[in-house]
Design a protein around this ligand. Structure first.
Ligand code: SAM
Ligand code: SF4
Length: 343
């Protein structure tokens, strides 16, 4: 018989190391209109649309996940704004009981037209990826043009009323050092919250090497050299991966250092790929096939479907490793690149 205590435990996603999972990253497509060196190959081949989860399937998974304690969602990809009808999906997800926060990570190219409909659909927060303000460096990283569109997208997001707009910048040695200070000045001026992210071994061309990682500490040094000392900001949410500092001019800059300072011990994230695979880590080498469960259930009108999805998700969480292990002898690169997982 189920005791009240175990019944409570069954409604949260807790792994073997005591980490409670409340955050689900949902990839809505593997397609993209850029080809960032650290994420996607130039000749990327994308999945047929029929393999991607339909909105109803995503919604079903999220309802089950919310019943197990997932509270925040982040839509990602590939480039999520390429998924037709995205505001409709946002509306459906925002309305799910238990979901407190729906956010989006985008490269911003299509934001000019979509910021207002997304805000109207109830999207709360926006992360825009922008590694460089110099058009040449932007093109060297993204391998396509688009800087002007990103800037127009940011302006549109501001007009649409997004309160918190974060800029995510991946730092790569030998490529982005000269962008660090201009990005900080830009974000300070515009009131955006800037976060530098270390380059992780998730590029499609397997060209990553530790030597290319421009660490958060080094980026901080570059900022301090030009702008003056950064003051540490107390961490409000222990699950937040970024370590924040105050810039001399008053803005906040954060550092996400998964390579030099992994935050695995407080990781509360799970992932759902665009074609419906649960993953318990960016670097997971196993997946749990929610799409198979969803589509097998179609024939029997979905009887017991929620229970099967819940069991799958619990199994995924239970198998989570203590840490990603980058830099250790045991580390294995996942077969998928970032665009196929969802960052
Ligand atoms: N296309 C959207 C974008 O670029 O924001 C969403 C998907 S992208 C995979 C999500 C985030 O992952 C972006 O901020 C991107 O810069 C980051 N990213 C991709 N590959 C990475 C890598 N190898 N190391 C660190 N961050 C990476
Ligand atoms: Fe596209 Fe985002 Fe990957 Fe760049 S990081 S290739 S924008 S999915």
């Amino acid at each position: 018989m189920t005791t009240p205590r175990s019944a409570a435990a069954a409604t949260v996603l807790v792994d073997g190391f005591g980490r409670v999972h409340t955050d689900l990253r949902v990839s809505v497509t593997d397609r993209c209109n850029l080809r960032c060196t650290y994420c996607m190959p130039l000749d990327a081949v994308f999945r047929p649309t029929a393999e991607l989860l339909a909105f109803a399937e995503i919604e079903r998974v999220v309802r089950v996940a919310a019943g197990l304690g997932i509270r925040s969602l982040r839509l990602t990809g590939g480039e999520p704004l390429l998924r037709p009808g995205l505001p409709t999906l946002v509306r459906r997800l925002v309305d799910i009981p238990g979901i407190d926060d729906v956010a989006l990570t985008t490269n911003g190219l299509l934001l000019d037209g979509l910021a207002a409909p997304l805000a109207a659909a109830g999207l709360h927060r926006l992360n825009v990826s922008l590694d460089a303000l110099d058009p040449g460096v932007f093109a060297a990283v993204a391998r396509r043009a688009g800087l002007e569109k990103v800037l127009a997208g940011l302006a549109a997001a501001r007009r649409a009323g997004f309160r918190e707009i974060r800029i995510n910048a991946v730092s790569i040695r030998g490529l982005t050092e000269g962008e660090v200070v201009p990005l900080a000045r830009f974000c300070l001026r515009e009131g955006f919250h800037l976060r530098f992210i270390e380059f992780m071994p998730l590029d499609a061309e397997s060209a990553w090497s530790g030597g290319q990682v421009l660490s958060g500490t080094e980026v901080r040094g570059l900022l301090e050299r030009d702008l003056g000392p950064l003051e540490p900001v107390a961490r409000v949410d222990p699950g937040q991966p970024a370590v924040d500092f105050q810039l001399p001019g008053g803005g906040i800059v954060g550092f996400i250092d998964p390579v030099t300072a992994p935050f695995c011990a407080s990781c509360d994230r799970l992932r759902l790929t665009a074609e419906g695979q649960f993953r318990n880590c960016l670097f997971s080498t196993s997946e749990w096939d929610a799409r198979a469960v969803l589509r097998a259930a179609a024939g029997d009108a979905g009887a017991g479907l929620d229970e099967r999805l819940a069991a799958l998700l619990r199994g995924c969480v239970a198998a989570k490793h203590a840490a990603h292990g980058i830099g250790t002898a045991d580390f294995t690169r996942p077969a998928r690149a970032m665009y196929q997982i969802g960052g």
